[in-house]
Ligand binder design. Structure first.
Ligand code: HEM
Length: 411
């Protein structure tokens, strides 16, 4: 125990310029000293121990959306209040992230079924995409920034292939996605708001046109599969399809990029672990789970209490917002022995890097597949790969945890 005040507000995010220097210390202090703590700026409780976080995430009576939350729940309400008028639509945004209860239970299952079926048959495509990118990288003079050249393009190209989109528009997808992601920023500059509006409107127009094209001619892709499900009586409106296609294109990019980058970085900085992985390919699955646990790409996910509760003796009322702090829970010593050690052979135990319960990440199987193909092919092709610099710079993106650059020498 120390007398140092616990971190609050901006200090819990990348908006604080000192955040990365103190991240680990702040996470530990909160989890050990005040595991359920109300933060005035967020208007929400930070829950940072594993059992409490899992309990909240997997409790299917919990709510999710701003509409259910008390007015003080800034973490949820600010997004609505600050939504530019040009982007408002009747019925709100129909992405499953923002749906509740029966609506979520109606919309998610057909999308999940279609996505999982496509993921199950896309390994060859992922391998081709990664091979092509690695061939390009092999011809580059060193050092190579693997964030820019590998971790960023792979997820965009893969999801574009799954959705059946024209991959040559890759740069536009990235630009639009970066715009839409700005919706997560509560306080934006006018330029950022303009980028957010432009990106979102472009994505809406683009997917409306893609849907119309498939109604004219069948394609062999996920959009087609979802439209077929709709034709066969699955209750999904066009707006629900469009908003969730946008979600698929955008939601997996930043996050999977960071899983790829965080994994390569931690394997290179823990050569004993990389050696174990190379010696035993069966460790690939556990290695990916360990990267997700040890260096979780997403910091938080939010629920709304549907009733009174008292985790760790801290009273929470119905309608109050709860932030599950994923990296804190994933490093809880009550759940994992030596939690601050990167150990790909540790005893298997589920982590919360993909959230949990009804809203658990729908893209998890795709993200795992991409990481698997990238790690395997990268370390096979460049056995002497090593970091060009040890100083890591983390991105300033709020609530996402990934590297800005990952410069390596290939030989
Ligand atoms: C390593 C990569 C990824 C990480 C760490 C990640 C993390 C998360 C987390 C923490 C949540 C919130 C879950 C909850 O509230 O319980 C989530 C939800 C979601 N993710 Fe991912 N994600 C990743 C990749 C993807 C990909 C590739 C896609 C799309 C293809 C995707 C689409 C979604 C969607 C649509 C939701 C909302 C699900 C719902 O509310 O029912 N994610 N993700």
């Amino acid at each position: 125990m120390t007398d140092k005040p616990l971190p609050e507000g901006f200090q819990l995010t990348q908006m604080d310029p000192d955040y990365h220097a103190h991240r680990a210390e702040r996470i530990t202090a909160m989890r050990e000293q005040c595991p359920v703590k109300r933060d005035p700026m967020f208007g929400a409780f930070f829950v940072s121990r594993y059992d409490d976080a899992r309990g909240v995430l997997t409790d299917r009576t919990m709510w999710r959306t701003a509409a259910r939350a008390e007015d003080e729940a800034a973490i949820l309400k600010l997004r609505e209040v600050n939504e530019p008028p040009e982007l408002r639509q009747e019925g709100g945004i129909r992405n499953i992230i923002f749906l509740e209860g029966e609506e979520h239970a109606r919309v998610r299952p057909p999308l999940q079924k279609a996505l999982y079926a496509r993921v199950a048959k896309c390994k060859g495509d992922v391998e081709n995409i990664v091979d092509e990118i690695l061939a390009k990288i092999a011809a580059m003079p060193g050092p190579v920034d693997l964030m820019e050249e590998l971790a960023m393009p792979v997820p965009v190209k893969v999801i574009a292939r799954v959705l059946g989109l024209d991959e040559s528009r890759f740069h536009e997808f990235r630009e639009w996605s970066e715009g839409l992601i700005l919706s997560l920023k509560a306080i934006r500059t006018p330029e950022e708001t303009e980028k957010y509006v432009k990106g979102t409107l472009a994505l809406r127009t683009f997917f409306t046109e893609e849907i119309a094209r498939r109604r004219q001619t069948k394609h062999d892709d996920l959009i087609n599969d979802i439209l077929e499900a709709q034709d066969h009586g699955t209750q999904l409106s066009d707006m629900e399809i469009r908003d969730n296609l946008i979600g698929f294109l955008v939601a997996g990019n930043l996050t999977t990029t960071d899983l790829i980058g965080n994994g390569i970085y931690n394997l290179l900085t823990h050569p004993d672990q990389l050696a174990k992985l190379k010696a035993d390919p069966k460790l690939m699955g556990p290695a990916i789970e360990e990267v997700l646990r040890y260096e979780s790409p997403v910091d938080i996910t939010v629920r709304v209490a549907s009733r009174e509760m008292e985790p760790q003796g801290c009273p929470i009322k119905a309608k109050q917002a709860i932030i599950t702090w994923l990296p804190a829970a994933n490093r809880d010593p009550r759940a994992y022995a030596n939690p601050d050690t990167f150990d790909i052979t540790r005893e298997a135990k589920p982590h919360v890097a993909f959230g949990g319960g009804a809203h658990i990440c729908i893209g998890a199987p795709l993200a795992r597949l991409e990481a698997q193909v990238v790690y395997q092919k990268l370390f096979d092709r460049f056995p002497n790969l090593h970091l060009a610099e040890r100083t890591e710079t983390w991105k300033p993106t709020v609530f996402f945890h990934g590297l800005q650059h990952l410069r390596v020498h290939l030989n």
